[in-house]
Write a new protein. Sequence first.
Lengths: 54, 482
Amino acid sequence: MTGMRLFWSTCPKCMKAFVVAWELRHAKRKLICPHCGHRYLPEQSAAIDERHAE
Amino acid sequence: MPKAGKTRPSGAGARAPKSLGSYLDRIRNDPAEFRTVSRTVNPLNFDVTAVLGQLNQRREYPTVQFNNPLDLHGKPSRFPIVTNLWGTRERCAEAIGLPRSDSGVRLGSLLCERIDRKMKPVVVSSKAAPVHANVLTGKKADMWMFPAVRHFEMDLGAVLTMGMIAKPPGEEFYNITFVKAFPETGQRAGLTVHTLHMSRILREFEQRRERCRVAYVLGHHPAFWLGTLNNTPWGDNEYATCGGFLQQPVRLAPSVTWGRDFLVPADAEIIIEGEIIPGERTVVNPFGDISTQYQAQQLGPVMEAKAITYRDGALFQDVFSGHREHMLLGSIPREGTIYNHLKNKLGNVVAVHMPYSGCARFTAYVSIRKTEEGQAKNAGLQALAHVPNLLAVVVVDEEIDVFNEEHVLWAVNFQVDPARDISLITNMRPPSDPRALGSTRVIIDATRPTHIAFPTRLRVPQSALDRVKLGEWLDAVKGGVR
């Protein structure tokens, strides 16, 4: 199994993706898009890639 | 207010306290070691890392001073940026007073010898502390006044990449650790902490619901920083360790905020005195870090700035993350740590190297004087158990130069039986960020098997190499050049 779990979030504003630790997936904390500075909740992501090796 | 980089007083004199400026004075006339950029640069717009990245592609690793950077407000900063300080092993050797010829296999262990040469720090008055020449408190203690660098395209923003000093509750020893700080506002920064000791200090303050006092140091002599990177036991006063590396006692001064209850390095360039708020977390990262990957966005503790102090002529120091200086900064002390540990435990270690291909942190090449089967795996286990975040150990015979990756990989290709010689060690502590190996470690025994009849590597006889002088044997090239 790989190390710390993470996911990719696609910013709903600029549509660019960035990598996020799993601790923020359901923490009800807003992510900050490093590309455009937009703040949004993970469930507002335009897309989420949360595939993980078991 | 003085324009910091322009008004620096001379630090000349053999007995003068060592500082970043006094070190730069030694290299600034050598263009292979020191370059300047005097046009205006915007560190938020990747100007700084674009310069460093292109030098890196040219395989040039000078320290670079950017004389006219913008600050985080977009205004001209009073602080020049100095970066890529540890870009070569030779500079790392010279920084602690060793000759350049000691920059190879011996450097790690020579560095580790300094750990035992601790020098008790001395306390001077605030008036005698250059770093207290300029003091800003309250709203004037604005972290956005710094020309903080945004390094890579997916980084969350500008980052302070230097070291933080703290002491545990009720204790009188100081821990110094490289910690990244993301200034959200002028007074508030999110932190990422990756070392066991600093994490423990923060945890102990959190359990008490007390604020943790810290001094974030943005610039000091390179030997000071090399002194902070060693695997020293909990309870060691790292100011004393740094003194051993500097070869003079670290001068400490009472902090502006807490007085003699918290001492700060008097000869630093810039210090942020801050407090970490218990229980508070903010979003930090992504950040392109040592593995040359992005660390994922996560939650980190929050530091509140209480005061900023800086010397006249202060320089703002930055680490070019994920590149040579970042790698060497950690790898050289670890090479020494592993070498000394194996020497004490097994006695047959010849050399240790942490190659750039493993980002100088996650892979170690170890050569041993092998006399029987099993010794290579034993060496690998000892190294993995002793150095956190080390993921892979390749053990070779003493004839293999661990600094020559081609030689090491030859041994892996031709002396390893994967079914027998590759050992996976599972369920170890996972690294603090994602790695392909996760909680698994790997040991590769690439030593020549001694329990079966096995070929040896070809070689031209040494006696022939010694006898044939190339300059005498090769015919002269037309024009007289040989």
